[in-house]
Ligand binder design. Structure first.
Ligand SMILES: O=P(O)(O)OC[C@H]1O[C@H](OP(=O)(O)OP(=O)(O)O)[C@H](O)[C@@H]1O
Ligand SMILES: Nc1ncnc2[nH]cnc12
Length: 197
């Protein structure tokens, strides 16, 4: 699952599966339920954008739990010190994953929201530009970190998150997203670190 709302799938390169099937064709049965619960809204927020809406999934507690559990099962026992969630939708999944694996949660916020000293990275989106900020001191040098968001499109947001964390000497183990849009190949992020369930 994880590739929603676009036509002409080109594939996204080498993308790890959150729950690798035990054998070919034996996909985790939770994946279909998660895929089915994501609503695709055409022409939002701009004409031509097929918007993948995870709020429909959040209305179904069992499916929401399945999504969190898949990531918890992947990252438990990997020595993850921090889950970094990307505002806003990474704040929905990230804290639940962090609590379940015993990691701290680091909010990566849009500009001007964090009260302390920050480091910033600008980036380009499918439908605009933006900036992410992180508190200085949120991450310790050498912390093993997983970045969490709902969706990767161009990969600009994840790239900015990785840069912020690495500037603070974190070890970014992987980026975890529910959805990967197939029309973007995200060549500029290290896609070996990208997981879409
Ligand atoms: O791979 P990319 O092209 O960078 O796009 C992915 C990002 O776009 C969406 O967030 P958005 O910036 O719309 O912010 P929001 O979560 O605050 O709505 C999504 O939640 C990702 O963070
Ligand atoms: N197609 C899309 N749906 C939802 N969020 C997005 N962020 C960037 N592109 C998106």
């Amino acid at each position: 699952m994880g590739e929603q709302g676009t036509s002409g799938s080109e594939g996204g390169g080498k993308v790890a599966e959150a729950q690798a099937p035990a054998k070919k064709g034996a996909a985790d049965p939770r994946l279909q339920g998660i895929s089915d619960a994501i609503r695709v809204v055409p022409h939002f927020p701009k004409p031509g954008i097929m918007f993948n809406d995870i709020t429909a999934l959040l209305l179904r507690p069992g499916v929401f739990k399945d999504a969190v559990d898949l990531f918890v099962e992947r990252y438990r026992g990997m020595g993850i010190a921090a889950v970094a969630g990307i505002e806003a939708r990474g704040f929905i999944f990230g804290p639940a994953i962090a609590l379940a694996i015993g990691a701290k949660f680091i909010p990566l916020r849009k500009p001007g929201k964090l009260p302390g000293a920050v480091i910033s990275e600008n980036y380009t989106l499918e439908y605009g530009t933006d900036c992410l900020e992180m508190h200085v001191g949120a991450v310790e040098p050498g912390d093993r970190v997983v970045v969490v968001d709902d969706l990767v499109a161009t990969g600009g947001t994840l790239s900015a998150a990785i840069k912020l964390l690495e500037r603070a000497a974190a070890d970014v183990v992987e980026c975890a997203c529910l959805i990967g849009l197939p029309k973007f190949k995200v060549p500029h992020i290290r896609i070996s670190k990208k997981t879409c369930i």
